[in-house]
Design a protein around this ligand. Structure first.
Ligand SMILES: C[S@@+](CC[C@H](N)C(=O)[O-])C[C@H]1O[C@@H](n2cnc3c(N)ncnc32)[C@H](O)[C@@H]1O
Length: 295
Protein backbone atom coordinates (compact mmCIF):
# COMPACT_ATOMS: atom_id res chain seq x y z
CA UNK A 1 0.00 0.00 0.00
CA UNK A 2 2.86 2.33 0.92
CA UNK A 3 4.46 1.53 -2.45
CA UNK A 4 1.30 2.42 -4.37
CA UNK A 5 0.99 5.66 -2.35
CA UNK A 6 4.56 6.66 -3.21
CA UNK A 7 4.05 5.88 -6.90
CA UNK A 8 0.83 7.86 -7.02
CA UNK A 9 2.42 10.90 -5.39
CA UNK A 10 5.07 11.02 -8.10
CA UNK A 11 2.55 10.47 -10.90
CA UNK A 12 1.12 13.85 -9.92
CA UNK A 13 4.27 15.53 -11.32
CA UNK A 14 3.42 14.43 -14.87
CA UNK A 15 0.94 15.56 -17.50
CA UNK A 16 -2.46 13.78 -17.26
CA UNK A 17 -1.76 11.67 -20.37
CA UNK A 18 1.68 10.61 -19.09
CA UNK A 19 0.19 9.86 -15.67
CA UNK A 20 -2.46 7.65 -17.29
CA UNK A 21 0.14 5.80 -19.39
CA UNK A 22 2.27 5.02 -16.32
CA UNK A 23 -0.75 4.09 -14.21
CA UNK A 24 -1.94 1.75 -16.95
CA UNK A 25 1.41 -0.04 -16.83
CA UNK A 26 2.01 -0.12 -13.08
CA UNK A 27 -1.17 -0.30 -11.05
CA UNK A 28 -2.58 -3.80 -10.54
CA UNK A 29 -6.26 -2.85 -10.96
CA UNK A 30 -5.85 -0.90 -14.24
CA UNK A 31 -6.03 -2.85 -17.55
CA UNK A 32 -2.65 -2.93 -19.34
CA UNK A 33 -2.25 -1.29 -22.75
CA UNK A 34 0.64 -1.13 -25.23
CA UNK A 35 3.83 0.49 -23.93
CA UNK A 36 3.26 3.43 -26.30
CA UNK A 37 0.59 4.65 -28.68
CA UNK A 38 1.03 7.34 -31.35
CA UNK A 39 -1.29 9.55 -29.28
CA UNK A 40 0.89 9.14 -26.17
CA UNK A 41 4.04 9.98 -28.09
CA UNK A 42 2.60 12.98 -29.91
CA UNK A 43 1.16 14.32 -26.64
CA UNK A 44 4.52 14.03 -24.88
CA UNK A 45 6.50 17.28 -24.87
CA UNK A 46 9.67 15.22 -24.82
CA UNK A 47 8.93 12.57 -27.41
CA UNK A 48 7.21 14.69 -30.06
CA UNK A 49 10.25 16.99 -30.27
CA UNK A 50 12.37 14.83 -32.58
CA UNK A 51 15.04 17.47 -33.19
CA UNK A 52 15.78 17.10 -29.45
CA UNK A 53 18.38 14.46 -30.36
CA UNK A 54 20.29 16.91 -32.58
CA UNK A 55 20.03 19.58 -29.87
CA UNK A 56 21.30 17.13 -27.27
CA UNK A 57 24.21 16.10 -29.45
CA UNK A 58 25.15 19.70 -30.26
CA UNK A 59 25.14 20.59 -26.57
CA UNK A 60 27.04 17.49 -25.53
CA UNK A 61 29.66 17.94 -28.24
CA UNK A 62 30.08 21.62 -27.32
CA UNK A 63 30.85 20.58 -23.73
CA UNK A 64 33.21 17.84 -24.92
CA UNK A 65 34.92 20.16 -27.37
CA UNK A 66 35.64 22.65 -24.58
CA UNK A 67 36.68 20.02 -22.05
CA UNK A 68 38.53 17.51 -24.23
CA UNK A 69 39.06 19.02 -27.68
CA UNK A 70 36.42 16.58 -29.00
CA UNK A 71 35.73 16.61 -32.77
CA UNK A 72 32.09 16.17 -33.88
CA UNK A 73 30.93 12.63 -34.68
CA UNK A 74 30.90 11.85 -38.38
CA UNK A 75 27.91 9.68 -39.25
CA UNK A 76 28.73 9.37 -42.97
CA UNK A 77 29.02 5.66 -43.82
CA UNK A 78 29.08 4.75 -40.12
CA UNK A 79 27.62 1.78 -38.27
CA UNK A 80 25.85 3.40 -35.34
CA UNK A 81 24.58 1.51 -32.30
CA UNK A 82 22.35 3.03 -29.62
CA UNK A 83 21.49 1.42 -26.30
CA UNK A 84 17.80 2.00 -25.45
CA UNK A 85 16.77 4.34 -28.28
CA UNK A 86 13.21 4.77 -26.98
CA UNK A 87 9.98 4.34 -28.99
CA UNK A 88 10.90 6.75 -31.82
CA UNK A 89 14.34 5.32 -32.64
CA UNK A 90 16.28 7.96 -30.71
CA UNK A 91 19.35 9.11 -32.64
CA UNK A 92 18.41 6.84 -35.57
CA UNK A 93 16.69 9.38 -37.86
CA UNK A 94 19.45 11.93 -37.24
CA UNK A 95 22.19 9.36 -37.93
CA UNK A 96 20.49 8.19 -41.15
CA UNK A 97 19.86 11.77 -42.34
CA UNK A 98 23.58 12.46 -41.79
CA UNK A 99 24.59 9.43 -43.87
CA UNK A 100 24.89 6.47 -41.47
CA UNK A 101 24.93 3.10 -43.27
CA UNK A 102 23.31 1.24 -40.39
CA UNK A 103 21.59 2.24 -37.16
CA UNK A 104 20.99 -0.61 -34.74
CA UNK A 105 19.50 -0.49 -31.27
CA UNK A 106 17.86 -2.61 -28.60
CA UNK A 107 14.83 -1.13 -26.91
CA UNK A 108 12.39 -3.15 -24.75
CA UNK A 109 9.51 -0.78 -25.61
CA UNK A 110 10.08 -0.90 -29.37
CA UNK A 111 7.10 -1.30 -31.69
CA UNK A 112 8.18 -1.28 -35.31
CA UNK A 113 4.63 -0.93 -36.65
CA UNK A 114 4.13 2.16 -34.52
CA UNK A 115 7.40 3.80 -35.62
CA UNK A 116 6.70 3.14 -39.30
CA UNK A 117 3.00 4.13 -39.05
CA UNK A 118 1.41 6.83 -41.19
CA UNK A 119 0.65 8.92 -38.12
CA UNK A 120 4.27 8.99 -36.93
CA UNK A 121 5.42 9.66 -40.49
CA UNK A 122 3.02 12.59 -40.96
CA UNK A 123 3.25 14.15 -37.54
CA UNK A 124 6.76 13.31 -36.31
CA UNK A 125 9.16 12.32 -39.08
CA UNK A 126 8.03 15.01 -41.51
CA UNK A 127 8.68 17.76 -38.94
CA UNK A 128 11.94 16.14 -37.92
CA UNK A 129 13.07 15.97 -41.55
CA UNK A 130 12.30 19.68 -41.96
CA UNK A 131 14.24 20.50 -38.79
CA UNK A 132 17.20 18.31 -39.79
CA UNK A 133 17.21 20.00 -43.21
CA UNK A 134 17.24 23.41 -41.50
CA UNK A 135 20.12 22.38 -39.25
CA UNK A 136 22.34 20.30 -41.54
CA UNK A 137 21.23 21.54 -44.98
CA UNK A 138 19.10 19.92 -47.70
CA UNK A 139 20.72 16.48 -47.97
CA UNK A 140 17.84 14.18 -48.92
CA UNK A 141 14.15 14.53 -49.76
CA UNK A 142 11.52 13.40 -47.28
CA UNK A 143 10.65 10.39 -49.48
CA UNK A 144 14.30 9.30 -49.59
CA UNK A 145 14.58 9.89 -45.84
CA UNK A 146 11.66 7.54 -45.23
CA UNK A 147 13.07 4.89 -47.56
CA UNK A 148 16.45 5.04 -45.86
CA UNK A 149 14.87 4.82 -42.41
CA UNK A 150 13.11 1.59 -43.34
CA UNK A 151 16.29 0.14 -44.90
CA UNK A 152 18.84 1.23 -42.33
CA UNK A 153 17.13 1.29 -38.94
CA UNK A 154 17.04 -2.02 -37.11
CA UNK A 155 15.79 -2.09 -33.53
CA UNK A 156 15.54 -5.26 -31.43
CA UNK A 157 12.66 -5.38 -29.00
CA UNK A 158 14.70 -6.49 -25.98
CA UNK A 159 17.24 -5.38 -23.46
CA UNK A 160 20.64 -4.60 -24.98
CA UNK A 161 22.54 -7.42 -23.26
CA UNK A 162 20.19 -10.04 -24.76
CA UNK A 163 19.94 -8.49 -28.23
CA UNK A 164 21.65 -10.08 -31.26
CA UNK A 165 23.85 -7.03 -31.83
CA UNK A 166 27.32 -8.00 -32.98
CA UNK A 167 30.13 -6.75 -35.20
CA UNK A 168 32.20 -3.61 -34.94
CA UNK A 169 30.46 -0.31 -34.32
CA UNK A 170 31.90 3.03 -35.40
CA UNK A 171 29.71 5.04 -33.03
CA UNK A 172 27.92 3.92 -29.84
CA UNK A 173 25.40 6.19 -28.13
CA UNK A 174 22.91 6.21 -25.29
CA UNK A 175 20.75 8.98 -23.94
CA UNK A 176 19.46 8.76 -20.39
CA UNK A 177 19.41 4.98 -20.61
CA UNK A 178 22.25 3.42 -18.59
CA UNK A 179 20.70 4.55 -15.30
CA UNK A 180 17.59 2.48 -16.14
CA UNK A 181 19.37 -0.78 -16.90
CA UNK A 182 19.25 -3.73 -14.48
CA UNK A 183 21.89 -5.13 -14.17
CA UNK A 184 24.12 -2.63 -15.97
CA UNK A 185 27.20 -4.84 -15.85
CA UNK A 186 26.08 -7.24 -18.60
CA UNK A 187 25.16 -4.33 -20.85
CA UNK A 188 28.61 -2.78 -20.48
CA UNK A 189 30.10 -6.23 -21.22
CA UNK A 190 28.02 -6.36 -24.39
CA UNK A 191 29.09 -2.86 -25.41
CA UNK A 192 32.71 -3.96 -25.04
CA UNK A 193 32.17 -6.77 -27.56
CA UNK A 194 31.16 -4.36 -30.37
CA UNK A 195 33.80 -1.73 -29.77
CA UNK A 196 37.29 -1.31 -31.23
CA UNK A 197 39.89 1.23 -30.18
CA UNK A 198 38.51 3.45 -32.97
CA UNK A 199 34.89 3.32 -31.81
CA UNK A 200 33.66 6.71 -30.63
CA UNK A 201 30.97 6.80 -27.97
CA UNK A 202 28.86 9.18 -25.91
CA UNK A 203 26.63 7.98 -23.08
CA UNK A 204 24.62 10.65 -21.30
CA UNK A 205 23.65 9.42 -17.84
CA UNK A 206 21.08 11.17 -15.64
CA UNK A 207 21.66 10.50 -11.94
CA UNK A 208 18.65 12.48 -10.72
CA UNK A 209 15.39 11.08 -9.40
CA UNK A 210 13.62 11.62 -12.79
CA UNK A 211 10.77 13.57 -11.20
CA UNK A 212 9.89 17.27 -11.40
CA UNK A 213 10.97 17.91 -7.81
CA UNK A 214 12.73 21.13 -6.71
CA UNK A 215 16.04 19.29 -6.47
CA UNK A 216 16.76 16.35 -8.82
CA UNK A 217 18.06 14.47 -5.76
CA UNK A 218 14.94 14.86 -3.61
CA UNK A 219 14.19 11.55 -1.91
CA UNK A 220 17.16 9.72 -3.44
CA UNK A 221 19.45 9.78 -0.44
CA UNK A 222 16.90 9.32 2.37
CA UNK A 223 17.59 5.59 2.53
CA UNK A 224 19.95 2.96 1.07
CA UNK A 225 19.36 2.26 -2.63
CA UNK A 226 17.78 -1.18 -2.08
CA UNK A 227 15.00 0.42 -0.02
CA UNK A 228 14.41 3.13 -2.64
CA UNK A 229 14.21 0.54 -5.43
CA UNK A 230 12.00 -1.75 -3.31
CA UNK A 231 9.55 1.14 -2.80
CA UNK A 232 9.43 2.36 -6.41
CA UNK A 233 10.31 -0.64 -8.56
CA UNK A 234 13.25 -1.06 -10.93
CA UNK A 235 13.03 2.35 -12.58
CA UNK A 236 16.53 3.69 -11.84
CA UNK A 237 19.47 1.56 -10.72
CA UNK A 238 20.85 4.23 -8.31
CA UNK A 239 24.45 3.81 -9.51
CA UNK A 240 26.41 7.05 -9.17
CA UNK A 241 28.89 8.56 -11.61
CA UNK A 242 31.84 6.91 -9.84
CA UNK A 243 30.18 3.48 -10.18
CA UNK A 244 29.64 3.92 -13.92
CA UNK A 245 33.21 5.07 -14.38
CA UNK A 246 34.46 2.02 -12.45
CA UNK A 247 32.28 -0.32 -14.54
CA UNK A 248 33.74 0.93 -17.83
CA UNK A 249 37.23 0.59 -16.40
CA UNK A 250 36.60 -2.90 -15.11
CA UNK A 251 35.22 -3.99 -18.53
CA UNK A 252 38.35 -2.61 -20.23
CA UNK A 253 36.66 0.25 -22.05
CA UNK A 254 38.88 3.32 -21.83
CA UNK A 255 36.50 6.20 -21.12
CA UNK A 256 36.53 9.75 -19.93
CA UNK A 257 33.79 11.05 -17.65
CA UNK A 258 32.73 14.69 -17.99
CA UNK A 259 30.11 15.97 -15.53
CA UNK A 260 27.71 18.24 -17.40
CA UNK A 261 25.37 19.26 -14.57
CA UNK A 262 26.46 19.41 -10.94
CA UNK A 263 23.92 20.79 -8.48
CA UNK A 264 25.42 21.48 -5.07
CA UNK A 265 23.55 20.02 -2.16
CA UNK A 266 20.83 22.09 -0.56
CA UNK A 267 20.79 21.54 3.18
CA UNK A 268 17.08 20.88 3.29
CA UNK A 269 17.56 17.14 3.30
CA UNK A 270 19.96 14.93 5.13
CA UNK A 271 21.97 12.29 3.38
CA UNK A 272 21.65 8.79 4.83
CA UNK A 273 24.90 7.37 6.21
CA UNK A 274 24.84 4.56 3.62
CA UNK A 275 25.54 7.18 0.95
CA UNK A 276 27.90 9.34 2.99
CA UNK A 277 30.11 6.33 3.78
CA UNK A 278 30.53 5.44 0.09
CA UNK A 279 30.43 8.62 -1.99
CA UNK A 280 31.88 12.11 -1.91
CA UNK A 281 29.87 15.23 -2.75
CA UNK A 282 31.01 15.18 -6.39
CA UNK A 283 29.54 11.71 -6.87
CA UNK A 284 26.38 12.50 -4.90
CA UNK A 285 25.54 15.78 -6.62
CA UNK A 286 26.48 15.20 -10.22
CA UNK A 287 23.13 14.98 -11.95
CA UNK A 288 24.26 14.64 -15.57
CA UNK A 289 27.50 13.20 -16.87
CA UNK A 290 28.90 12.24 -20.25
CA UNK A 291 30.82 8.98 -20.45
CA UNK A 292 32.80 9.19 -23.67
CA UNK A 293 35.60 7.69 -25.73
CA UNK A 294 38.97 9.30 -25.20
CA UNK A 295 39.62 11.68 -28.12
C1 LIG B 1 14.52 7.57 -20.12
S1 LIG B 1 14.24 6.47 -21.44
C2 LIG B 1 15.25 7.21 -22.69
C3 LIG B 1 14.84 6.80 -24.07
C4 LIG B 1 15.60 7.54 -25.18
N1 LIG B 1 17.01 7.28 -25.10
C5 LIG B 1 15.29 9.01 -25.12
O1 LIG B 1 16.19 9.80 -24.77
O2 LIG B 1 14.16 9.37 -25.43
C6 LIG B 1 15.17 5.03 -21.00
C7 LIG B 1 15.03 3.93 -22.03
O3 LIG B 1 15.88 2.84 -21.67
C8 LIG B 1 15.22 1.67 -22.08
N2 LIG B 1 15.83 0.51 -21.40
C9 LIG B 1 15.64 0.08 -20.13
N3 LIG B 1 16.37 -1.03 -19.89
C10 LIG B 1 17.05 -1.29 -21.04
C11 LIG B 1 17.97 -2.31 -21.42
N4 LIG B 1 18.34 -3.27 -20.58
N5 LIG B 1 18.49 -2.27 -22.67
C12 LIG B 1 18.12 -1.28 -23.53
N6 LIG B 1 17.26 -0.30 -23.21
C13 LIG B 1 16.72 -0.30 -21.99
C14 LIG B 1 13.77 1.93 -21.69
O4 LIG B 1 12.86 1.06 -22.33
C15 LIG B 1 13.62 3.37 -22.11
O5 LIG B 1 13.16 3.51 -23.43
Amino acid sequence: MKRIGTSLRHLMDLTPRETWRLARGRLPFVPKGPAWTAMDLLASVKHRHGIRFAELLLRQEAILSRELGWKPLDFAGARVVEVGCGPLAGFGPLAVFCGADVFESAEPEWDSRLFFSQEISDRYLRVMHADLTGLYGPRISFDTFQELLSERIKVHKSGFAAAPVSGEADIVLSQSCLEHVFPLETTIEKIETIQTPLTRFIHLVDFGNHYLTPSPFDGLYDQPPESYIAARGEAINMLRVSDISALFECKDIPAQVVPSRVIPHSNRRSVHSWWRERYDDDALFTQLALVVSIP
